[in-house]
Write a protein that binds this ligand. Structure first.
Ligand code: NDP
Length: 284
């Protein structure tokens, strides 16, 4: 049998996590505020604890997945002697650092983590879980945590996982809003979103292919206009804003994109490549 694990919080995600540990053969103790949510797991062999403290006492590794950090801090009240807490609740980097300190004061070790997957994918290699916190703690539990999916250790600083989550959410929302905005523009021409798909997907694949070169420019701080200048983009942005306004669709996103490029041009980057915009995102 594998290392015993405890899972605190049996919402949609917590139940998937506990289920994956059971499938991998780990003796699994569970606790949830609403006890009935443990029924199916208990039927599969999980042990139901009567309190968070009893659940924490049962295993060296304690996985927490509740709604927010206030709830996580609540369930982790009390002694944590020698326990390693892996908090998979979503939150901010500053809350991750605070909770790491609270856990240390209670005698526990702390890893923060983000789940880049839906509950159905948990337990498969397609589920990526990104962890941050002391490397030795991660190494000690890497194989047990491997039952949940593909694990990545991002670094020792506990807030790193939440910082990556923030960055990735902004990336995904930006792309998704761009798709929805494009679908609204095409809707005025009677084109369905489904009909737009082949071109939209190709555009996202194309942009994904540019990322390695963009990343090098961001990291080096030099933005040669290899493909086009910010001034050239600005002219196209002005057309999209004007046309959106005359079509009567929302023009906020095109206006924001134009405003950022205008500021970059004013800052002297009109003849630079698109990556010069990164400087606009570094300012408040
Ligand atoms: P659910 O709403 O399904 O579950 C929330 C869980 O938190 C329940 O177990 C609930 O208990 C518990 N809870 C809430 N408040 C308290 C409290 N004050 N004290 C004790 N327990 C509490 O959410 P999910 O399981 O979907 O999400 C949990 C975390 O996982 C979130 O941070 C979410 O962002 C993250 N996540 C979820 C993903 C998903 O696809 N679902 C993907 C990636 C991350 P009770 O049952 O009693 O209400």
């Amino acid at each position: 049998t594998g290392t015993p694990v405890t899972v605190l919080g049996l919402g949609l995600m917590g139940r998937a996590l506990a289920g994956a540990f059971l499938s991998a053969g780990h003796p699994t103790t569970v606790w949830n505020r609403t006890m009935a949510k443990a029924d199916a797991l208990v039927a599969r062999g999980a042990l139901l604890a009567e309190s968070p403290a009893a659940a924490i006492a049962a295993s060296p590794l304690v996985v927490v997945c509740v709604s927010d950090y206030d709830a996580a801090a609540d369930v982790l009240q009390g002694p944590l002697d020698g326990r390693v807490v892996v908090n998979l609740t979503s939150g901010t980097p500053s809350r991750a650092r605070t909770l790491a300190e609270e856990v240390a004061r209670s005698g526990g070790g702390y890893l923060d983590g983000g789940i880049l997957a839906v509950p159905e994918a948990v337990g498969t290699s397609g589920a990526v879980l990104a962890y941050s916190g002391p490397r030795p703690l991660y190494d000690a539990h890497e194989s047990t945590l491997g039952s949940l999916g593909t694990g990545l250790h991002l670094g020792d600083e506990p807030g790193l996982s939440a910082t990556h989550e923030m960055a990735t959410l902004v990336l995904m929302w930006g792309m998704l809003d761009g798709f929805l905005n494009g679908a609204a523009i095409l809707g005025t021409a009677g084109v369905s979103a489904t009909a737009y798909l082949p071109i939209a997907q190709t555009a996202i694949d194309t942009v994904a292919g540019w990322l390695p070169g963009y990343a090098r420019q961001v990291d080096s701080g030099s933005y040669p206009a290899d493909d086009g200048t910010i001034d050239t983009h600005l002219a196209a942005m002005a057309h999209v804003v004007e046309e959106s306004e005359s079509l009567g669709v929302n023009a906020e996103l095109p206006r924001l994109l134009r405003a950022l490029a205008e500021r970059a041009a004013t800052a002297g980057h009109g003849a630079s490549g698109f990556v010069a915009l990164v400087e606009q995102f570094r300012e408040p």
